[in-house]
Design a binder for this molecule. Structure first.
Ligand SMILES: Nc1ncnc2c1ncn2[C@@H]1O[C@H](COP(=O)(O)OP(=O)(O)OP(=O)(O)O)[C@@H](O)[C@H]1O
Ligand SMILES: [Mg+2]
Length: 303
């Protein structure tokens, strides 16, 4: 009897140990990982045999933790982007505003007629700059919110290119830049939002003229490519350094801040171009050689 009881006790202990090894330890690990995750240790992970039920639970917890960690870093990145955007936009608005204030204050005192005219012109230019920036910010915000989807229609691309080139002609003349529209015999119509496409062309032409300077030559051309039409705006200006190319489509990014600001730029033009082209299912690329010029190309679906 005694022997039987001792045997039963040994097997109970053995069963307990076996249970402990098989379940209690993994259970403790799963529970500890869950606790650590709840405490904010987002890199806590369970290391269990995936062939067991608890191991599978551990793997599911790991997967959830992985997704959660990814979402948190994406939220942090977006928060950083938003913060930079607000601070850049405020800074860009503040600069012309400060100038307006200074000139207006000066004008409240008696000044010579020649200075008076100059200060009024400065106030006008700075106010224009602010208005342009606000317009660009509103365009970007409308594009990003997706609240105003593009109004797609069949657009005669060659006609639109001719009109956009005519619009920037006075600017080209002022800068002593020659504008050339290459012969575009059989370029098909595209599927696009006319107003947005016009904006893309104007932004690219504005850059090409603005940055190529005296005696520059700007060429516009279009050619069909499979299901798309590819449009190129080419200049023989200063070009863009290779290290800046990946960033020029970012909001507010300018290669030469002083030079761009002098020309009235805020660094939003290309980010608007990229948004519009992508909302049409196309892509925009740039090829540039410093000292020789830049070519911006974008595609649009055929109508
Ligand atoms: N054709 C070009 N040749 C040389 N540099 C260019 C050209 N186009 C763009 N860049 C560079 O890329 C930057 C970003 O261009 P983007 O059009 O976004 O801004 P911007 O022209 O400075 O201002 P905005 O277009 O808002 O008036 C410019 O500041 C300029 O440094
Ligand atoms: Mg621009």
């Amino acid at each position: 009897m005694g022997l039987f009881l001792a045997g039963a006790a040994v097997s109970a202990i053995a069963a307990f140990l076996l249970f402990h090894l098989r379940h209690a330890k993994p259970l403790a690990e799963v529970s500890s990982v869950a606790d650590r995750l709840a405490r904010g240790e987002h890199d806590a992970r369970a290391h269990l045999d995936p062939a067991t039920p608890l191991g599978r639970l551990g793997m599911t917890i790991n997967l959830l933790a992985e997704r959660f960690q990814h979402d948190i870093s994406e939220l942090k990145r977006l928060e950083q982007v938003r913060h930079e955007f607000v601070s850049n936009a405020s800074h860009e608005l503040r600069t012309p505003l400060s100038s307006i204030k200074v000139f207006a204050e000066t004008l409240s005192q008696p000044v010579a007629p020649a200075e008076h005219a100059e200060f009024v012109r400065e106030i006008e230019e700075n106010a224009d700059r602010m208005a342009r920036l606000v317009d660009d910010l509103l365009s970007l915000s409308a594009l990003e919110s997706g609240k105003q989807p593009p109004n797609f229609e069949r657009v005669a691309l060659t006609e639109l290119i001719a009109k956009a080139t005519a619009t920037v002609k006075p600017l080209a003349a002022k800068k002593n830049v020659v504008l050339r529209v290459e012969a575009m015999g059989d370029v098909p119509d595209v599927r696009a939002d006319k107003g947005l496409l016009r904006q893309v062309l104007l932004n690219l032409l504005d850059n090409a003229i603005k940055y190529s300077g005296d005696k520059g030559v700007v060429r516009v051309s279009a050619a069909p490519a499979e299901t798309f039409v590819s449009v190129a705006v080419e200049d023989n200006g200063p070009g863009i350094p290779a290290e800046d190319i990946p960033r020029i489509f970012e909001r507010f990014y300018r290669v030469d801040k002083a030079r761009s600001r002098e020309q009235g730029g805020t660094g939003l033009g290309l980010s608007i171009v990229k948004h519009i082209v992508e909302s049409h299912g196309g892509a925009v690329t740039v090829h540039s050689e410093p000292g020789r010029g830049s070519t911006f190309r974008f595609t649009l679906p055929k109508a």
